[in-house]
Design a protein around this ligand. Structure first.
Ligand code: FRU
Length: 512
């Protein structure tokens, strides 16, 4: 009897896994993606008592953008994720847009219960009704389309209550006024909020986390042909103990390879305003955290140990240009692999940051290292990590293919190029429910992704997970992240022009 019961139980559990499982075609196997429904930006990330909390823009009822919630997942190692109940729900017309969270260790806000430090989440309340009535004017009655709200948790992030005196920051007259990111300013013992307001970042400060005072604007610089979103401001210390402030600014279009992308600036923050280093931009209009197409709205974890040396980052592995038409149905989009950010001085003595993926050692199922001349490697399953080192060539080509399709990474004339156009996109239906999107989907992946890289290439790390590829060049000095969609998984990796080199190949386990 017991045996029958267990068999029936196992049957139902496996049916459930199939129905909402993590094994659909294109579903990354070791990247975070929502079980069901639509996801965009990562939100409110903080660390406490061994847990990394990740929240995200979430619409559980469809596979396209809709009334925004904050979804929630927790991880002990940034690799394995446990889905938690939805953290914050929209209220009628009030959608819960992006934002950040902090641990109020000393209960400065007074929102604690005396047992745990309260966790405070600041987010943009986006009022869809006001959006409809807003007439384009700064002084309109309806300008409060976007205001900054607070929600708090007294049980270390599990459940959340909306603060009853919202908004904590009113709208000074911008239709786009969103994505508050909170940072602790140790020297002055105050909190800073960075907010994106159309073409500028606005800074606010507070000592009690409830009353916020306007400080300054950062503007007239970088790529501004689009709407600025999702800022992040944080300090980092380099190997020599020098401290700099980093400011991330996402922009919804006109990134180097098209669509949405994230630029960054390095300089100093004196508690009032952010000033970028004179030599930071050089001849460039802007510097980007990723030169692929699929890393957007990424920000860093608050409250992690040793975060002056290295900060943990995660981004939305998609692009607003086509994110809503990619051919996954029950769920849409994944996050990038979490990355450690560190500060360094480049050959021209300009501060730059590098991004390195967190170690995936825990999920390696097979590993193989070989010294040079292995130019053809059989692969299967699209779940791999490759680390190529001792490269001594300035022109090479790495190709992943199946019988009919391929993706290639080329380096020549100091330029990296990812070509993801050689898939039979026409034969892949982007969404049976929405056939009119077919054309957008088919045309989205035609253009190659390019990135100038003037230094000598020594190593390349490649992370391949079903429909995503992430490249980390020279210890993360240049990063490219892209999604692609195939009929069949890869069978072969071919390397040409690399001369002598070493390659470590690993097959990775699914985390689901
Ligand atoms: C960025 C963004 C944010 C906004 C959120 C809405 O992708 O547009 O500016 O808060 O998405 O979902």
């Amino acid at each position: 009897m017991r045996k029958i019961f267990i068999t029936i139980l196992v049957f139902f559990i496996s049916c459930e896994k199939k129905e909402v499982g993590y094994n659909e075609k294109f579903r990354p196997q070791f990247h975070f993606s929502p079980k069901l429904g639509w996801m965009n930006d990562p939100n409110g990330m903080f660390y406490i008592n061994g847990d990394y909390h990740l929240f995200y823009q979430y619409y559980p009822d469809d596979n396209v953008w809709g009334p925004m919630h904050w979804g929630h997942a927790v991880s002990k190692d940034l690799i394995h994720w446990k889905n938690e109940p939805i953290a914050i729900y929209p209220d009628g017309n009030n959608y819960i847009f992006s934002g950040s969270a902090i641990v109020d260790q000393e209960n400065k806000s007074g929102l604690g219960n005396g047992v745990n430090p309260p966790i405070l989440a600041y987010y943009t309340n986006h009022d869809m009704l006001l959006e409809r009535f807003w007439n384009g004017s700064k002084d309109s009655l309806f300008i409060d389309v976007e205001t900054q709200h607070l929600a708090y948790s007294q049980d270390l992030g599990k459940t959340w209550v909306k603060y009853n005196n919202n908004p904590v920051i009113k709208n000074p007259g911008y239709r786009d006024y969103r994505d508050p990111k909170v940072t602790w300013l140790k020297e002055q013992e105050k909190w800073i909020i960075s907010l994106a307001a159309r073409d500028r970042i606005m800074f606010y400060s507070s000592k009690n986390l409830i009353e916020w005072e306007y400080l300054s604007d950062f503007k007239n610089i970088g790529e501004r042909n689009g709407v600025w979103e999702c800022p992040d401001l944080f300090p980092l210390i380099d190997e020599n103990g020098n401290k700099k402030w980093i400011l991330f600014v996402s922009i919804n279009k006109n990134s180097p390879n098209g669509g949405s992308g994230t630029q960054y600036f390095i300089g100093d923050f004196d508690g009032e305003s952010f000033k970028i280093d004179d030599n930071f931009l050089g001849d460039n209009n802007s510097i980007w955290i990723d030169y692929g197409s699929d890393n957007y709205a990424g920000v860093t974890w608050n409250n992690t140990p040793n975060n002056f040396k290295s900060r943990k980052f995660i981004g939305w592995m998609s692009n607003w240009r086509y994110g809503q038409v990619v051919p996954t149905f029950k769920w849409r989009s994944a996050m990038t692999i979490p990355r450690n950010i560190s500060l360094y001085l480049d050959e021209e003595k300009r501060y730059r940051i590098k991004f390195n993926p967190i170690s995936l050692e825990k999920i390696v199922s097979k590993s193989n290292s070989s010294h040079n001349k292995k130019n053809k490697i059989k692969i299967s399953g699209n779940q791999n990590r490759f680390f190529i080192s001792d490269i001594s060539s300035n022109e090479f080509d790495i190709k992943f293919s199946n019988n009919e399709e391929d993706l290639s990474i080329k380096f020549s004339s100091n330029t990296f190029e990812i070509d993801r156009s050689n898939f039979n996109y026409k034969s892949i239906n982007p969404d049976p429910k929405r056939t009119y999107k077919k054309e957008i989907f088919e045309n989205s992946f035609i253009k190659n992704q390019t990135a100038k890289y003037n230094s000598e290439v020594k190593s390349i790390e490649i992370i391949l997970d079903k429909s995503s590829i992430e490249l980390f060049i020279n210890d993360g000095e240049l990063v490219m992240t892209d999604v692609f969609f195939y009929n069949n998984e890869f069978q072969l990796m071919e390397l040409s022009g690399l001369n002598d080199f070493k390659i470590e190949e690993q097959t990775l386990n699914s985390i689901w």
